[in-house]
Design a protein around this ligand. Structure first.
Ligand code: MSP
Length: 647
């Protein structure tokens, strides 16, 4: 009989930067679910990947002086990149999709055309507020004081030709789907979607862009690229062979379970099913919106240093310990506050003390009292019953939680059994039995029961800490057939004369103070601002064309109605005053600058800002430190003559 199938996905991550512990959390959780499903007999397809198009990546690549493809290649396939990270974290994905893969690009063009042909995509006009110098569209709510939020200049109403998807047409079926109860989990997210997005009215969605080129071209209208979310969402289908010849697994695995972070639930539970309805394909079996890991209640970001770098954490604590911590500590549907203290405590309490100790004490006692191999004689007592019952019953309770993706509660069931077994050691006092030759059969029974409790616990822990479980199975003498799902609800699976093998300590105890100090040191090093890569070469002639001179600041005043701009009157040595506008009010007050000498580039084309002309630009030294921009105007000593040229 063929196995039932189960298809599960993570979001496809943006390769715009290195991934942090938050992304790792989602991938590890999805991996644990995939492993659990395989364990329980499913034919599993587990997909992850990268979402490689879009304006942000295009800009980042430009900043780095490389092509967008080179940029994403480095982050995805480069050393310590995304693929390396998933290998390190022991992620068991069956497939990895990159949205720049040829087959995906072809499929998206076909999908876009299909929706165009069926009338769900139409050409219209994108209306918004446009800032000409920045070449950017803004919505009313994005404007700052009615001006461009980037440069502070006025914006005007503008229209741009664009394609739209008839999202409004699907408002009703999507609402019904959301209300069906099974589609979007946890249930708390359903009302949020209906009240915040469906009830106020779904508008058609702009699904093409013409303002940048790093995307999948609309093949029948080449100036347009497909909106990155359309490109991204369909990855789950194209990776199975939908609308392409590269794979042939769509019929077998569709529809998927999409695991996503809460911030992208809207895309996955409204836009995604609507587009699937449009192309006539089944919607996902479930979209699960997990919570966020936060630090001190705030968002994770690079500026928090490498405490959130999964490479560093895995190296310091071990891959399994890190995987375990992430899934044991935070309820999957809610936010969780990440901290090193919590990480260390969890490892020490659960892995080193409860589980690690149970393995080492049990195997050590079997070595000590039986030379490593139990005698087959048994002598049961009433006090064994509760433990034996838990050995038989834990898997079922665990499965109920795991099937609902309540991973932390699944683990809770396992640790209830482990704690019960530890208590059983105290109750039966094997060291007392060991002193009495007539109690050998009783002692063997106690130790056997402990091994059985461990065996079942390890089966159930395998999806979370696979490598450690493999090692521990060897230590307790559990062969392949004793590690199966069926064997997880049975008592008496290990042979009566089982042999144990002492092995390495699975989870060494961590010295909290010492580790925190080490991590703090690393954090400080990481906080040292990173320098940007050097831009591509310019020739000396190109450089010499920049006319940069020392200017004296004669007057300086804040520009009315602008938070950023200062207006400068400068003596550039030519005999006529020069006016320059500069967006540095956040860093300087006008009175601090009058009389000082600064450096300006004079031969930039004149530019209008807030209706005034700026003839050149004052030079500043700029750096991002702790996530904040720090700016210093290039001021020179008073004895440098006005008009001196930089060369
Ligand atoms: N590329 C889109 C997703 C497209 S899916 C068709 C994207 N990428 S992302 O790189 O920003 O990754 C987002 C996902 O990473 C979140 O939805 C979440 O699963 C995970 N996380 C990112 N930061 C996280 C935390 N701080 N905590 C938990 N998960 C986090 O959005």
């Amino acid at each position: 009989m063929s196995k039932p199938t189960f298809y599960i996905t993570t979001p496809i991550y943006y390769p715009s930067d290195k991934l942090h512990i938050g992304h790792t959390y989602c991938t590890v959780a999805t991996d644990a679910i995939a492993r659990y499903k395989r364990l329980t007999g499913y034919d599993v397809m587990f997909l992850t990947g990268t979402d490689e198009h879009g304006q942000k990546i295009e800009e980042k690549a430009k900043e780095a002086g490389v092509t967008p493809q080179e940029f994403v290649d480095r982050i995805v396939t480069g050393k310590c990149g995304i693929l390396d990270l998933w290998k390190l974290m022991n992620i068991s994905n069956d497939r990895f999709i990159r949205t720049t893969d040829d087959y995906h690009v072809t499929s998206i063009q076909r999908i876009f055309r299909k929706m165009y042909d069926n009338g769900d995509i139409y050409k219209g006009a994108y209306k918004g507020k446009y800032c000409t110098p920045c070449e950017s569209f803004w919505t009313e709510s994005q404007l700052v004081d009615g001006k461009c939020p980037d440069c502070g200049r006025p914006v005007h109403d503008a229209e741009e030709e664009a394609y739209f998807f008839r999202l409004s047409k699907y408002a009703k079926p999507v609402q019904e789907l959301l209300e069906s109860g099974e589609f979007l989990k946890p249930a708390s997210r359903v009302n949020e979607m209906i009240n915040n997005f469906i009830k106020p009215g779904l508008e058609d969605l702009c699904v093409s862009r013409t303002s940048f080129t790093w995307g999948i071209p609309v093949d029948f209208d080449p100036g347009h690229v497909v909106y990155v979310w359309v490109d991204a969402l369909f990855n789950y289908a194209t990776a199975m062979g939908y609308m392409n010849e590269r794979y042939d697994d769509y019929a077998r695995y569709w529809p998927p379970v999409n695991i996503v972070g809460k911030e992208i639930v809207r895309f996955h539970s409204i836009i995604w099913p609507a587009m699937l309805m449009s192309v006539g394909e089944p919607v996902p079996k479930q979209v699960y919106g997990h919570g966020w890991l936060v630090i001190d209640g705030g968002k994770m970001s690079k500026s928090k240093g490498n405490v959130v770098d999964p490479y560093v954490l895995a190296e310091k604590f071990g891959v399994d310990a890190l995987r375990f911590f992430l899934l044991r500590t935070f309820p999957f549907g809610s936010d969780g506050n990440f901290s090193n203290e919590l990480l260390i405590n969890t490892i020490n309490t659960d892995l080193a003390n409860s589980l690690g100790n149970l393995v080492s004490r049990t195997t050590a006692m079997i070595e000590k009292y039986f030379g490593g191999t139990l005698i087959p004689e048994r002598e049961a007592e009433a006090m064994d019953e509760e433990l034996v019952e838990m050995i038989r019953g834990t898997a079922e309770k665990y499965a109920a939680q795991m099937d609902a993706f309540q991973l932390h509660l699944g683990l809770e069931e396992v640790f209830r059994l482990i704690q019960r077994a530890n208590k059983y050691i105290d109750e039966t006092a094997p060291w007392v039995l060991g002193r009495d030759e007539t109690k050998k059969a009783r002692l063997a029974t106690v130790l056997y029961n402990l091994l059985e409790a461990l065996r079942v616990s390890l089966i159930l822990l395998t999806p979370f800490i696979p490598e450690s479980c493999d090692k521990a199975f060897v230590q307790i003498g559990a062969e392949r057939e004793a590690r199966t799902w069926a064997a997880a609800s049975e008592y008496g699976v290990l042979p009566a004369d089982v042999s144990v093998r002492k092995g390495e300590t699975l989870f060494p105890r961590i010295d909290t103070a010492k580790m925190l100090e080490e991590l703090e040191k690393l954090h400080q090093t990481a906080k040292k601002p990173e320098s940007k890569p050097v831009l591509p070469d310019v020739t000396i002639d190109e450089f010499a064309r920049c006319d940069m001179r020392v200017c004296k600041i004669l007057r300086c005043e804040a520009v009315k109605k602008s938070e950023k701009l200062l207006k400068f009157a400068l003596d550039d040595g030519s005999g006529t005053e020069r006016q320059i506008l500069s967006g540095i009010h956040k860093f300087y007050e006008p009175e601090d600058l009058v009389g000082k000498k600064a450096v300006a580039i004079l031969n930039l084309p004149p530019r209008k800002m807030m209706g005034m002309e700026s003839n050149g630009m004052l030079l500043s030294a700029v750096k991002e430190i702790d996530g904040k921009e720090v700016l210093h105007l290039m001021l020179v000593d008073d004895d440098v003559p006005v008009g001196s040229q930089l060369c």
